[in-house]
Design a binder for this molecule. Structure first.
Ligand code: NDP
Length: 296
């Protein structure tokens, strides 16, 4: 029997667990606050931001919404970030990516106060993660660690193939898994588009994390029996549905499930965890800023 890893259930537990920290902050007169900044008309980005707001509302985090015309000069975004950095009532800042081409994405990441960088993408926070003393763990890989722990999948001593080396998923995932820590201590192979004999790497793995951005790219044939499969992918493919599309992962679900000991579905696997860990980082940011122990 394959264990279908229920990301919605684990994310609900994470949100419930944050309630204590939020109560402690409330006792100290603090409401954690996340500011989101959107500089795009892309419907997917708009949806992501609105989901983040409703998640915040649900747990008692204040969410402030800043929207900037995608045609506006880059300075308008930089100035907004500066203002949010300077506002002590804002604990977390999230600039929804991607930003328009005329905006320097690296400048955006550098500009956010690292103490408010709840995505964990500021170079200082990346450095701290690599050095083994993270402040904010990036939401998706941190969520995956929590999913593995909740499923009782041991990372210590496990061989893990991470397919994808992006700064937001693949690289931080690999970094977290190799750390000398409770949810780490794995042996990690990081694969990418220039990897040769990819299937040999994935077949040799006890855990496969697929973050490729290609629908159904990892098939059952590329996996060994009993493997744990974490499918990060979210791909819209045309389908005869009301919306005209459906969401599929980077893993071919049915063939992978036939091999796997445990697998995350899409949707309902990694996605809800990413959202929950953003709340986690925001509560942590508020605790750090206000010197309140929120136990995260
Ligand atoms: P990127 O496009 O930034 O990175 C994709 C990675 O896959 C790259 O490192 C690329 O290699 C690698 N790759 C591409 N083709 C191949 C191939 N043929 N063989 C092996 N590796 C290959 O994507 P992201 O990391 O941002 O996202 C990955 C997926 O996860 C997407 O579907 C995205 O929508 C989803 N996602 C889901 C989240 C969630 O919460 N569930 C959060 C974030 C992302 P190279 O570096 O050589 O180009």
């Amino acid at each position: 029997m394959t264990d279908i890893i229920d990301g919605n259930a684990v994310a609900a537990e994470i949100r419930a667990g944050l309630a204590d920290g939020i109560d402690t902050l409330a006792d100290a007169g603090v409401t954690p606050c996340l500011a989101t900044v959107l500089m795009s008309n892309d419907p997917a980005s708009e949806t992501y931001v609105s989901m983040k707001h409703s998640d915040c509302e649900e747990v008692g985090i204040e969410a402030r919404d800043f929207e900037i015309d995608p045609e506006a000069p880059a300075e308008e975004l930089y100035d907004t970030i500066d203002e949010l950095n300077a506002d002590p009532s804002v604990h977390g800042i999230l600039v929804q990516m991607p930003v328009p081409d005329h905006v320097d994405e690296r400048e955006v990441l550098r500009r956010i106060d690292p103490a408010k960088d709840v995505d964990g993408f500021h170079p200082e926070n990346v450095g701290r993660l690599v050095a083994g003393h993270p402040r904010f763990k990036p939401c998706t890989p941190h969520g995956i660690q929590k999913l593995l722990a909740a499923t009782d999948v041991e990372t210590e001593g496990a061989d893990v193939a991470v397919v994808g080396r992006s700064n937001i998923v693949g690289k931080p995932m690999a970094n977290l898994l190799i750390q000398k820590s409770e949810l780490g201590n794995a042996t990690v192979t990081v694969c990418h588009s220039r990897t040769e004999n990819l299937a040999d790497k994935t077949r040799a793995a006890d855990i496969v994390v697929a973050a490729v951005g290609i629908p159904e790219f990892i098939t059952g044939e590329m996996l060994s029996e009993g493997v744990t499969v974490i499918d990060v992918g979210i791909n819209r493919v045309d389908a005869d549905t009301e919306k005209g599309y459906e969401l599929v992962g980077d893993v071919e679900y049915e063939s992978a499930k036939a091999k796997a000991g445990a697998i995350t579905p899409v949707p309902g696997g990694v996605g809800p965890m990413t959202r929950a860990m953003l709340l986690w980082n925001t509560v942590k940011a508020a605790g750090d800023a206000e010197a309140v122990d929120v136990n995260l």
